[in-house]
Design a binder for this molecule. Sequence first.
Ligand SMILES: [Zn+2]
Length: 321
Amino acid sequence: MSHGIHRIPIPTPFAVGRVNVYLIEDDPLTLVDTGPNSATSFDELTSGLAALSHALEDIELVVVTHQHIDHLGLVSLVSQRSGAEVAAIDVAVPYVENFSQEAQKDDEFARSVMLRNGIPEDVVSALSAVSQAFRAWGSRADVTRVLHDGEEMGFRDRTLHVHHRPGHSPTDTIFHDRERRVLIAADHLLGHISSNPLITRPVDGSAERPQALVTYLRSLEATREMDVDLVLPGHGDPITDHRALIDERFGLHRRRAEKIHRLIAERPRTAYEIAQELWANVAVTQAYLTLSEVLGHVDLLTNAGRVREVDRAGTALFEAA
Ligand SMILES: [Zn+2]
């Protein structure tokens, strides 16, 4: 890859497949994300670095793009082996430093959102068990360098501007090299799939369900305005026309909102019922992802005054307004 940045795709146990780790050959020698915490991932990271003539021990800085375990699981091991600094945006620090407690609280939050939105108890329990099992692919790490939205990270040969772009997760951070017109975007923008606006427990501790898709679309609008030629995503291949792709995503979400509006106009439905209409059995196996998708679009419709939420015995039901 160009610009002294190399992609190392690391295997994950998740449906998304490999995660992109980026090596920035500069001073400090930097890894953006690390992959999940597993022996296979660690071996591939080590051999990926070796193929680029670097040893894991040479890494001087690890940058965390967001709180998801497929990206940060190995941060702790890499920093221990190399003595590298660990950089993350301020809002991500509590999460990275207290990974298992935070992940546990996320699971509890997700559980209440799922039950509130009509997902049966047995499906919720099965999903919680899967999530617990996957937690071993994450790990806590000490953040030694706290980043802030709008700040510049100086390297010998480049400057990266740090931007907070929440939506896919509350801690999504992107890194912009203005001079080279390159954007390291992690999961904020992916080429082959739309980024899931995952409903996540708010970082400010409030109990209210956040409008993740609304936040995400606002973040995408800001990214659309940026002058870049190359976007390096967290999964899949580099993106060369980010404006066209973002416009495609806007179109997708508009169409999906209309489709969901039609379903709600037919009769009041729970978000889970809508997810099953749209994705059949995937709404069961990937219940939280699909629920997040539906609720995100319901939020758009609610904010536009076209849908309202009513309570039926503790379950949220959406009806046309
Ligand atoms: Zn992610």
